[in-house]
Design a protein. Sequence first.
Length: 120
Amino acid sequence: MFKVTPNPPDTDPTSPYETLDSQKLHEAAERALDHYLNPGPSIMATPRKPGSMFIVNPELNVETLLVHACESLASANVMATDLVDHLQGTSRNALLGIAQVIMLGELAVNRALDQLDPPE
């Protein structure tokens, strides 16, 4: 069985902008897209104000902050590695990847600590 198809296919010659209503609809759609996808300069000019619910003591020195970061990353790595034993398949592989990223962060923090206080 053969279906007859014009070559090229027939197209509707009417433009979507022939009526005033369709032009208004297009303009409204553009405004909506601009509102959500192109934030105006007033939004970008507003300075970011971080929340103060959880704040790190600004008087702590860099070494103390790095030590706490290292300990937190080590704990997260242990928790992720322990949880891996309870998973299978792609979830297990994803968590192993997350554990590896945590470990790389821990290694980077340790390297930074070594540069602050080089071993003798």
